[in-house]
Design a protein around this ligand. Structure first.
Ligand SMILES: Nc1ncnc2c1ncn2[C@@H]1O[C@H](COP(=O)(O)OP(=O)(O)O)[C@@H](O)[C@H]1O
Ligand SMILES: O=C(O)[C@@H](O)C(=O)COP(=O)(O)O
Length: 425
């Protein structure tokens, strides 16, 4: 099938989030982890093709190169429009990578303007007058100010974006959005005449996102969180750009052994780990110990656990502990040793017979999924908004994986996830 929308996600949890929201429409969604080896000319494609990258925190030039390669694959597969998916909390480093990647994609598409909207009202993210909120808190006053890799110290999206791009930055505010798609289009055209290439969009509710998606659905490049993309299948269906395709297939049966692997230190993950600890055999990883001696002790612990018993291995820690570890190892090395250990433990778990994986944290999910050699995922039921179960092949086995973004889900997420899988059997 011809690709109608090519999507590039900057991390793996974000990619499953986007896939889950698009799949709510009943349209087939194809999710590929990393740039496919097979050329697009020989691949069977879907109307919505998502390529998941791990490029949120890597150096700008590498992020641009990776997304350009993903874009090239999608373009050759027939995609005429691109959606650049980043975090609903606008996670980026001081240098990027949201703006530089958007600018590179605009150049490749010949686009003179694009839009930015991370709002995800179901998960409490809203944008008002260009300021990003988590619940009632400006993002820079929320726990995201302490994120291990992308601490958010400003809540104003225009101020965050401006140093990341060469072009001018502007805003379509909520008052314009409330007047509907034509008013949004007119405002975008005015801004374009003023030479404004990068436009932040306000949205505080799903109705706002429907208006924005309607106004922007046919732009060559849209950028944002998954919720901005959610209305697009309905719009393309109505406009005749796609036909309704078969509903998702029944998932394959997978073995019962389960594990939670958590490298997320986000506030919600900390609560979820605490809630799950009494229900599972648990191992807490110490990054300093991992840096000294590697993951062998953790591997030995895992090897002693029965495959079918619920297990959790986590490096999840309070901000003060993360800061102390980073002071010793540096943020990048601390993150890398944890990610490497959880990736190794994931393959060990699979080889020990575990078939149900919940992975918490975007960077963590990227490391684990790569180690498991997963190249494609089928999208199943959502456990919480933006976190679907997925089905994939790893090492010759069918496995179920849920990649949970740091702040998504409620406190009982881990037990809810496994219960949902059992209920579906
Ligand atoms: N105790 C810790 N100290 C320092 N860094 C940690 C610790 N635990 C996890 N990390 C690192 O923090 C980062 C968390 O990012 P990520 O996995 O994307 O989670 P989230 O989805 O919450 O943002 C990862 O690189 C992880 O390896
Ligand atoms: O948009 C979102 O919030 C998520 O899809 C996402 O990208 C979250 O990133 P992590 O919290 O790093 O998993």
């Amino acid at each position: 099938m011809a690709v109608v929308l090519g999507c590039i996600a900057d991390d793996f949890t974000g990619a499953t989030d986007l896939a889950g929201l698009l799949a709510r429409s009943g349209i087939a969604v194809s999710l590929r982890m990393g740039i496919p080896d097979a050329p697009p000319e020989t691949a069977e494609t879907a109307a919505f093709e998502i390529i998941a990258l791990k490029c949120r925190t890597i150096p700008v030039a590498e992020a641009v190169a990776d997304t350009r390669a993903a874009f090239d694959w999608l373009r050759r597969a027939g995609a005429q429009r691109i959606f650049w998916k980043y975090c609903s909390t606008f996670d980026s480093t001081a240098d990027g990578n949201i703006g530089p990647v958007a600018e590179a994609l605009m150049a490749d598409l010949g686009a003179t303007q694009t839009v930015y909207c991370p709002a995800f009202p179901e998960n409490g993210r809203s944008v008002f007058m260009g300021y990003l909120f988590v619940g009632e808190q400006p993002i820079a006053e929320s726990p995201m100010k302490d994120h291990p890799l992308t601490p958010m110290r400003d809540s104003n999206l225009m101020r965050l974006l401006a140093p990341q791009v060469r072009g001018k930055v502007g805003l379509v505010n909520r008052l314009t959005v409330a007047r509907g798609p034509d008013a949004v289009r007119a405002r975008l055209a005015d801004l374009e005449r003023d030479g404004i290439a990068h436009v932040v969009l306000d949205a505080v509710a799903d109705d706002d996102l429907r208006i924005l998606a309607e106004a922007c659905a046919h732009m060559p490049l849209m950028t944002g969180g998954s919720a901005l993309a959610m209305p697009l299948p309905g719009i393309y269906l109505r406009d005749g750009a796609i036909a309704r395709s078969a509903r998702r297939q029944a998932p394959p049966p997978v073995g019962a052994g389960s594990i939670v692997l958590s490298g997320s230190c986000s506030a919600m993950t900390r609560a979820q780990v605490a809630q799950y600890l009494p229900q599972a055999s648990a191992l807490k990883l110490d990054p300093l110990e991992l840096a000294r001696s590697g993951p062998q002790a953790a591997r030995d612990w895992l090897a002693q656990q029965p495959a079918e018993a619920p297990k959790i291995v986590y490096a999840t820690a309070e901000p003060a502990d993360v800061a102390a570890t980073q002071a010793e190892l540096g943020a990048a090395r601390a993150g890398a040793v944890v990610e490497a250990a959880l990736a190794q433990l994931a393959t060990d778990a699979r080889d020990l017979g575990v078939r149900r994986f919940v992975v918490a944290g975007g960077e963590t999910a990227g490391a684990v999924t790569k180690a498991l050699g997963v190249t494609r995922m089928s999208i199943g039921e959502e456990i919480a908004p933006g976190v679907p179960w997925t089905w994939c092949r790893s090492g010759g086995h069918d496995i179920a994986m849920a990649l949970k973004s740091g702040n998504f889900g409620t406190e009982t997420f881990f037990s809810d996830a496994f219960a949902k899988l059992e209920a579906a059997e």
